[in-house]
Write a protein that binds this ligand. Structure first.
Ligand SMILES: Cc1cc2nc3c(=O)[nH]c(=O)nc-3n(C[C@H](O)[C@H](O)[C@H](O)COP(=O)(O)OP(=O)(O)OC[C@H]3O[C@@H](n4cnc5c(N)ncnc54)[C@H](O)[C@@H]3O)c2cc1C
Length: 386
């Protein structure tokens, strides 16, 4: 293994490989990515639903998505690797006055940002999505450029492009320490299970494990792991393609096409923070019942695969993209709170700008600074979390 680098990126999920790619592409010197697993993208990234959408309640999340969607649309030209990507849209079903009011506000913001988003009446929902039980539905929003993409293609694509741009990626390397200078201010090396790597710059892209890794440098980054789970049915053709990612925000139920079947997800709001990622069968039952209530046709679908994974959740459901506290030569890009796949391209672009130029220019990421957690007036909750 290489024992020195200009920049070490820790973590080989979709965020780390995107950050490594964008740093290498910008000629940042010797970029070395360290991943503790045998393969890239096996943690949250490999367990995610693949959803990609711009319909967020805050401007910064919407802007990160729009930058990312542009990158996914230009994937062939920029990355030159295969990407399975379906822009079949996202439809949010709105079932309460509060949701209608909140989405009306967002709708104005989306229009201002140039999004071609549609507002549907309950009758339009019934016509466009005949599989939906419209009981309680007061309206819906639909954005055609939203959709879903393959997490493995995204990770492998960025990794290959990063290598082509000169980055080195090492698997089976766990970072066990972050070494600082005598004044405890500047990064001088990272310690790993395979020895020390001398470096003056390190970027933490460690998802749900970021709090642990940042603690190695004595900094607290409030990102907690929260279990989320998914069920995928056997081949199912009673819902006709192309059907959009369909979301019932009141229950957080969502479903979309996956490998010829239907992928179903939902959040368990009683879940507490922890690294348990075993599948909870009782909650799995609740997911299926809720899915059949909203889309009765799913009664005919047979569950085939099920798994759980970890969201990497911050108190306001926005990532942290910033310097790592007072340290020189350390940054963090993590805590996407369930939106990391869709934000991966933008995350790489703005992190490379932050590290190499001292400031992000593609998106104003001031709302994502670490210091916001010590000032409650700076916390603006993302409302559209599923
Ligand atoms: C069920 C589920 C559904 C989801 N659905 C969506 C969706 O539809 N759309 C979407 O955008 N997002 C979704 N997400 C969220 C998405 O998966 C995450 O936001 C994203 O994968 C985060 O990427 P990451 O690279 O930060 O984290 P990870 O993919 O977890 O990568 C972090 C990496 O860091 C490595 N690491 C940790 N500690 C160390 C160390 N000490 N040394 C070396 N390496 C280390 C880990 O091994 C891991 O590979 C979903 C997540 C789940 C669980």
């Amino acid at each position: 293994m290489q024992h020195s680098a200009d920049i070490v990126v820790i973590g080989g999920g979709c965020i780390g490989v995107s950050v490594a790619y964008h740093l290498a592409k910008r000629g940042a010197g010797k970029v070395l990515l360290l991943e503790r697993d045998e393969f890239l993208g096996q943690e949250s990234t490999g367990k995610c639903a693949g959803g990609i959408r711009a319909q967020f309640s805050t401007e910064v999340n919407t802007r990160l998505s729009l930058l990312s969607i542009k990158a996914f649309e230009n994937w062939q030209t920029e990355i030159g690797e295969p990407l399975q990507y379906w822009q079949w849209g996202y439809c949010f079903l709105l079932t309460s006055d509060e949701l209608v009011a909140s989405f009306k506000k967002s709708f104005e913001m989306w229009k201002r940002l140039g999004m071609d988003v549609e507002w549907w009446s309950p009758e339009q929902v019934a016509e466009r999505l005949p599989y939906v039980n419209t009981d309680g539905v007061q309206g819906a929003t639909f954005h055609q450029r939203d959709g879903f993409g393959d997490p493995s293609d995204i990770t492998q694509g960025f990794a290959k492009a990063a290598r082509k741009a000169g980055a080195t990626i090492e698997n089976n390397v766990e970072v066990t320490g972050i070494k600082l200078d005598d004044n405890n201010r500047r990064v001088v090396a990272v310690e790993t299970n395979q020895g020390e790597v001398k470096t003056g710059r390190v970027v933490l892209c460690t998802g749900a494990w970021t709090r642990k890794v940042a603690a190695l440098a004595g900094i607290d980054v409030p990102i907690d792991p929260i279990r989320r789970q998914i069920i995928v049915t056997d081949k199912f053709e009673d819902i006709k393609d192309p059907f959009p990612m369909t979301v019932d925000l009141s229950t957080t139920l969502y479903f979309h096409r996956e490998s010829g079947g239907v992928l179903i997800g939902m959040s368990d709001h009683s879940e507490s923070a922890g690294f348990n990622d075993s599948f909870n069968e009782d909650f799995g039952e609740q997911m299926l019942v809720t899915a059949m209530e909203r889309a009765p046709v799913l009664e005919n679908a047979v569950p085939k695969h099920k798994w759980a994974g970890l969201y990497e959740v911050t108190p306001d459901h926005h990532p942290v993209i910033d310097k790592l506290g007072h340290l020189q030569g350390a940054w963090v890009c993590a805590g996407f709170s369930g939106h990391g796949l869709m934000h991966a391209p933008a995350a790489g672009i703005v992190t490379a700008e932050l590290v190499l130029d001292g400031k992000a220019s593609s998106v104003d990421i001031t709302p994502l600074e670490l210091a916001r957690f010590s000032d409650p007036s700076r916390l603006h909750e993302e409302a559209n979390v599923i």
